[in-house]
Write a protein that binds this ligand. Structure first.
Ligand code: PLP
Length: 465
């Protein structure tokens, strides 16, 4: 492809994107395809001869688009949102065009320095004290793995130990039973093992925070049994029902036991740019060693963009840093963010935050989040009043769960039928051993009308079952 063709297609694709977004609300939210349907339309082998962009783009529309679930659809209420606000998409176009590797300061000074400043902008926006720094990772899963590895390192000094984990005793990490599966996976990958991730029950009602009495008792028991407690992982805004721990009492236990602490606020963290939500959920947050939140969820930065705040980045660097000769750079003291993370190669993720935050201002972003919380509460009241429906968990920020009268199988049939209908998209979860229907409001372009329409769709589809 020459650059004249590139220009032609770049402009066409930009126009295609505008049209796509303007007509998005008319499409079914979840892809309405069967497994294998898309792969079946693709040639089994690669072409020997070059093909033109006309053919490629034509096939994209004909084959690929019918197989897409529309995450930017204003009636996407499943999982959590993965918002791509238009200014962040434009920044990503620029990043893709310049296509730099941002592993070291020297390999892209602007990317490194912008990253430091954007992390600090968000630190201020979220009311974290001066002194926290941080890094932008691809995902909360990676940040959590980094934190778990640091817990392991701190407890065992394993890195310098040629015998590996042999003979170190059993490490233990503690969390509530409401944490995301990425915590389990981090513990397997770090070699700590599922059995050594101790899940503590939560207190019923409120925000379903961890039972801190049980937490303290388990740590004491484990020490008595010769285990090595290594860290505590807290959650603000669990995936199932939004469970959020009371942070201050957990941190008090961690301080007493000298444990490394990590907070997973992947979804709910975005709401902490609003002081009223910090007051509700983040009392004591400044005591954490590591905090992760995903601007690529609720805030509006196009995927991927996960911020990990660190109180003392040196601990994570001690765990992950490696500097072979070919990565050494001479000269002044600079930050090389690849020493803070597991992958070496890094994208320029800070630019989309710069575009996003400047385009809306913090106040514009707060307004969206506050509206989502408000509309979720409104919808919750409408569903509460619908015959044959009950609210199971009250809204925590913009997430609540409900059931229709009937067994678990009926809940799943209702969810599936609603998603087959296509006007809205929702997903199920488990709470207290029973299947619930989750509802979260968080899509960047959703309106009150879109949210309230969901009640109509839910009751209408319920009638057909
Ligand atoms: C989405 C989510 C994660 C995982 O985030 P990734 O960035 O996809 O790894 C972890 N924890 C919580 C609470 C989440 O909502």
């Amino acid at each position: 492809m020459n650059w004249d063709e590139y220009t032609l297609w770049a402009k066409r694709i930009a126009d295609w994107g505008t049209e796509y977004h303007k007509t998005l609300a008319d499409r079914p939210v979840r892809a309405q395809t069967a497994p294998g349907e898309i792969a079946g339309q693709l040639p089994l082998g690669p072409p020997e001869d070059a093909e033109g962009m006309d053919a490629i783009m034509g096939d994209f529309e004909r084959i690929v688009m019918p197989g897409m679930t529309h995450w930017q659809h204003p009636r996407f209420f499943a999982y959590f949102a993965a918002n791509a606000a238009p200014p962040s998409m434009l920044a990503e176009m620029l990043v893709n065009t310049v296509a730099a590797q941002c592993m070291l300061w020297q390999t892209s000074p602007a990317a490194t320095e912008m990253e430091g400043v954007m992390v600090d902008w968000l630190r201020q926006a979220m009311g974290l004290p001066d002194g926290f720094s941080g890094v932008i990772q691809d995902s909360a899963s990676s940040a959590t793995l980094s934190a778990v590895l640091t817990m392991r390192e701190r407890a065992t000094a394993w890195r310098g130990n040629r015998e590996g984990l042999n003979g170190q005793g059993r490490l233990r990490i503690y969390c509530s039973d409401q944490v995301h599966s990425s915590i389990d996976r981090a513990c397997w990958v770090a070699g700590i093992g599922q059995d050594n991730l101790v899940k503590i029950g939560t207190r019923a009602g409120g925000h379903y925070g961890i039972d801190t009495d049980e937490l303290a008792a388990r740590i004491a028991q484990d020490r008595a049994a010769g285990c090595i407690p290594a860290g505590i992982i807290a959650i603000t805004g669990g995936t199932g029902i939004g469970a959020s721990d009371d942070l201050a009492p957990m941190l008090a236990i961690a301080a007493k036991e000298d444990l490394y602490t990590h907070l997973d606020a992947a979804w709910a963290g975005s709401a902490m740019i609003c002081p009223e939500f910090r007051a509700q959920f983040w009392d004591g947050v400044e005591g954490f060693d590591s905090i992760v939140f995903n601007p690529h969820k609720w805030l509006g930065a196009q995927f991927d963009c996960s911020i990990q705040f660190l109180r003392n980045p040196q601990e994570q660097r001690n765990t992950l840093k490696i500097e072979p000769e070919y990565l050494k750079t001479s000269g002044a003291e600079v930050t090389n963010y690849s020493e803070w993370t597991i992958p070496l190669g890094r994208r320029f993720r800070a630019l989309k935050l710069w575009f996003l935050i400047r385009s809306y201002g913090l106040e514009g972003l707060r307004t969206r989040i506050r509206n989502h919380v408000l509309w979720a509460q409104e919808l919750c009241e409408v569903i509460r009043d619908m015959p044959d429906f009950e609210i199971v968990t009250e809204p925590i920020l913009s997430l609540f769960s409900f059931r229709c009268v009937g067994d678990d199988a009926l809940q799943q049939r209702l969810v599936d039928a609603i998603n087959d209908d296509g006007r809205i998209y929702i997903t199920q979860g488990m709470h207290a051993g029973a299947k619930v229907i989750r509802f979260q409001v968080g899509q960047f372009d959703t309106t009150r009308d879109h949210v309230l329409m969901a009640a109509q769709v839910i009751s209408e589809i319920r009638e057909t079952l």
